[in-house]
Design a protein around this ligand. Structure first.
Ligand code: SF4
Length: 118
């Protein structure tokens, strides 16, 4: 398998070419620094993303509260995690930092409120 990965660690945006199979990298080139190499290795083997979204809140002036994953979740679990956020049945007040879903989809990551709805 071959992947072209645009490094997003800094604004330079190097294109990093990675080759490998079954989670093993056989060739990597195009990075300009160790941070970029590590980023591309992680993107190739186990890509993750911070999930940001909104959730509905009942009995509040604002109908939605901003939420996000506390830490990055595996990219292949993003849609499943979004489904869980959609199922939330929140009632005001929701405070910033409240844990809304513990261990979402078995990722070990919590979904937390990043906004406040009173
Ligand atoms: S490889 Fe290094 S220099 Fe290039 S974008 Fe990534 S962090 Fe920036």
């Amino acid at each position: 398998m071959t992947k072209e990965i645009i490094c997003t660690v800094c604004p330079t945006g190097c294109t990093i070419h990675v080759e490998g199979e079954n989670g093993t990298i056989t060739k990597i080139e195009g990075f300009s620094c160790p941070r970029g190499k590590l980023y591309a290795e992680n993107e190739f083997i186990s890509p993750v993303r911070i999930l940001t979204s909104t959730a509905k809140v009942k009995n509040a002036k604002s109908l939605l509260v901003a939420v996000r994953s506390r830490t990055p979740v595996p990219k292949d679990k993003l849609f499943d995690c979004m489904d869980e956020i959609r199922k939330l049945d929140l009632t005001a007040p929701v405070k910033r930092g409240d844990v809304l879903i513990k261990d979402v989809c078995g990722t070990g990551v919590d979904i937390i409120a990043t906004g406040e709805v009173l």
